[in-house]
Design a protein around this ligand. Structure first.
Ligand code: FES
Ligand code: FE
Length: 460
């Protein structure tokens, strides 16, 4: 083991920063398999970040709950008796047993299956068997409620939580790029999550899956068969020169195709009714393949003049992908350095007709999730990319992230939005790994706020 590798193993700050060389675009691939780095990710990234929990439509009634994770901590997102959304650690304060075993449902309270401690929907401990005979009444229940997330907030009904009391507010955390990315879904009006979150496991590192969502380079090659099968209009989604990238604070990014300014100028002049009519005709023309839907006017306010042109892929750092033109969310949940769970949420406008809904769900299931044609192509590549990093020799060679490095310019709108107009590139991936090193090397939110890499301007 060389000195540098030893430093990485010991999670030494300088060694962590050296895992990604932003000037050369080289990445140490051991970050995909090292257990010590994984453990540090749980602490310095997931326990610190705002993590996506669920949408309000999944927990509309008092007692409705949904189980999710913040890193390796399992949490219950539940609507309590006062109607407030609580995010509670799903771990009994007695011996740590999981209280809630179902993935979602409705409960009046939570009773532990081990010794019967009984918790209210807001996490308060309300019952302890044997209080008088065994504890001799020498026990203060008020001190042993469930652990709560430090902060819970929502963006247009999409709930997030952080375990860190020093984290910035959710709007500050998201910033322009995070809000623009989420608005791809939130600007679609009154939406709801379709019941049944599709969950599958791929033996890859979670960052390989995140890296890929910005990767428009692989589409024409990896997904050629989906193009041949007529599921994907490859020519439409892989034009080399219509890409837009937005890089945001704390690692959020959006990358992918964009609507040309001339076309956007025409769209801006259309009423919502005219846009809906255009979308209907486009859906009929495309015969079940990827379709481009014009956004409604509200999106122009929510996404800003540059952001509204993006039809690319946003990642809310660290692991939330807004996918499939804003009709799906995908969480990439780490399960050890070499295992990732993918959770697919399908989000649809409530006013869709049953036929429109059926078509969207069918189409989404054909692309992503365990039966998705694209995910089957991707999963195999991600798995092998991760596996190769375990090799003593293979693991010592860096990943190449040099595409378009130093060839593009960040533009800035008077509104303050920054974006890059470019061809297929690796800006989003480089920004993600830069953020990864910033987060991993920071001791606290105060350190991260003071020392994270600023959003680039000028040449990138
Ligand atoms: Fe929950 Fe003992 S572990 S009551
Ligand atoms: Fe893919």
């Amino acid at each position: 083991m060389d000195a540098r590798e030893e430093g990485v193993r010991a999670c030494n700050k300088e060694a962590i920063k050296s895992c990604f060389d932003s000037e050369k675009g080289l990445l140490d691939r051991r970050i995909f398999v090292d257990q010590d780095l994984y453990d540090l990710e749980m602490k310095n990234i997931f326990a610190r970040a705002w993590n996506f929990m669920c949408h309000e439509s999944q927990i509309p009634e008092i007692g409705d709950y949904f189980i999710n994770y913040i890193g390796e901590d399992q949490v219950i997102i539940v609507r309590d008796k006062s109607g407030e959304v609580q995010v509670l650690l799903n771990s009994c304060r007695h011996r740590g047993n999981a209280l809630c075993r179902a993935e979602q449902g409705n409960a009046k309270s939570f009773v532990c299956s081990y010794h019967g401690w009984h918790f209210a929907l807001d996490g308060e401990l309300i019952g302890v068997p044997g209080m008088s005979p065994f504890y001799r009444k020498d026990f203060d229940k008020s001190q042993w409620g469930l652990v709560k997330a430090a902060q819970v907030d929502n963006f247009h009904g999409f709930y997030f939580a952080t375990l860190d009391p020093d984290a910035p507010s959710l709007p500050d955390y998201l910033g322009d790029v995070g809000r623009t990315g989420l608005a791809m879904i939130a600007s679609r009006g009154d939406v709801e999550v379709v019941d049944g979150i599709q969950k599958n496991t791929i033996d890859c590192n979670w960052k390989v899956a995140v890296d890929n969502l910005f990767d428009w380079y692989h589409v024409a090659y990896s997904h050629a068969s989906a193009g041949e099968a007529g599921v994907l209009d490859l020519a439409a989604v892989t034009q080399a020169n219509d890409q837009m990238v937005m890089l945001g604070e704390y690692g959020h990014a959006i990358s992918g195709p964009a609507i040309k300014q001339e076309m956007q100028d025409e769209i801006v002049g259309m009423s919502d009714d005219e846009r809906k009519q255009w979308n209907k005709e486009e859906a009929a023309r495309s015969n079940g393949r990827v379709t481009r839907a014009l956004r409604m006017k509200v999106a122009e306010e929510m996404m800003g003049p540059a952001g509204v042109r993006s039809i690319g892929h946003p990642n809310i750092f660290p692991n939330l992908w807004i996918a499939t033109g804003g009709s799906q969310l995908c969480l990439r949940l780490p399960r050890g350095p070499q295992m990732t769970e993918l959770w697919w949420f399908t989000v649809l406008p409530k006013d869709q007709t049953p036929e429109e809904r059926r078509m969207t769900v069918r189409f989404n299931s054909h692309l992503f999730g365990p039966a998705g044609l694209l995910e089957q192509d991707d999963g195999e590549n991600w798995s092998q990319s991760t596996r190769a990093a375990r090799g003593v020799v293979g693991g010592s060679y860096p990943h190449n992230l040099t595409m378009a490095l130093g060839h593009d310019e960040v533009k800035e709108d008077p509104s303050g939005q920054k974006w890059i107009e470019t061809r297929i590139n690796e800006h989003g991936q480089r920004w993600t790994y830069q953020a990864w090193t910033d987060w991993m090397a920071a001791d606290s939110w105060a350190d991260l706020k003071a020392n994270h890499t600023p959003v680039p301007t000028g040449r990138v």
